[in-house]
Design a protein around this ligand. Sequence first.
Ligand SMILES: C[S@@+](CC[C@H](N)C(=O)[O-])C[C@H]1O[C@@H](n2cnc3c(N)ncnc32)[C@H](O)[C@@H]1O
Length: 279
Amino acid sequence: MQTPSSVDYGYLRQLVFGLSQNVLDPSRDYLFETRLTKILRDQGMARLEELVQHLKVKRDSILERSVAEAMTINETSFFRDSRPFELLRTDLLPALIESRRNTRALRFWSAACSTGQEAYSLAMLMREHFPLLAACNLRIEGTDICAEVVERAQAGSYHRIEINRGLPARFVVRYFDHAGEMWTVKPEIRKLCNFRNANLCASPFPFSRADDRFDVIFLRNVMLYFSQETRKTLLAAIHRVLAPDGILFLGSSEQPADPSIWTPVLAGGTCYFRPRQPS
Ligand SMILES: C[S@@+](CC[C@H](N)C(=O)[O-])C[C@H]1O[C@@H](n2cnc3c(N)ncnc32)[C@H](O)[C@@H]1O
């Protein structure tokens, strides 16, 4: 059996970069074979070269997008790396709630939300520990480039195995209904979250300065797939939509590309970032 040439892999890597800004290392070219299997099957194609040839000739934008989305890493879990959630509960949310007591509105963004566990974790945290927020205008936005994961987030249904990863038992009982192996978030949690498909690296940016600013943004475990230049542009855009006293969480191994506009704060065994205002 023929194997795809390095030129074909290069073409696919470039296509993915152009659409999602995800930089794929050539040492992981083998991932194309596994991740694009379903697309090949749906297209009635047997080999990756056929797909590459088709893409080169037809410039089929829907198929190109499907290829880019299939190459995203969607790994996530409830209360992933629990420290940011714990710090929100003990310190950050009480202070934010106090400072927003006049507007009684709080806005969160799970940027690159994957299948929604991060957004639902925030919603459950607030219902559980800040019941008085029920009387406030609380919104949690979740966005992701991959349409398939956004659909799953909107459905809010998870397999027992996903539920067993990181979710305290009392949250499972209180905030999920179940049928067989599937557990679905209850409407009281679901209604706090709004999910939609959006690319963090394309214009227009998913939110504009004219929208209400966000109080807390989770931008975790996505920038590691971006180039340094893309990270810098993205974090400048994030800075514009975060409230001046807002809070940014990155993944535990991630840093802002331009430290001059962010103040790191070490607390609760984790690190978050405050936007620095121009002097
Ligand atoms: C590893 S998951 C992280 C999920 C969650 N934030 C967490 O930390 O558990 C990375 C997500 O980023 C999304 N992603 C990759 N490139 C993106 C882009 N350019 N715009 C928006 N989302 C993107 C992927 O589809 C994937 O669902």
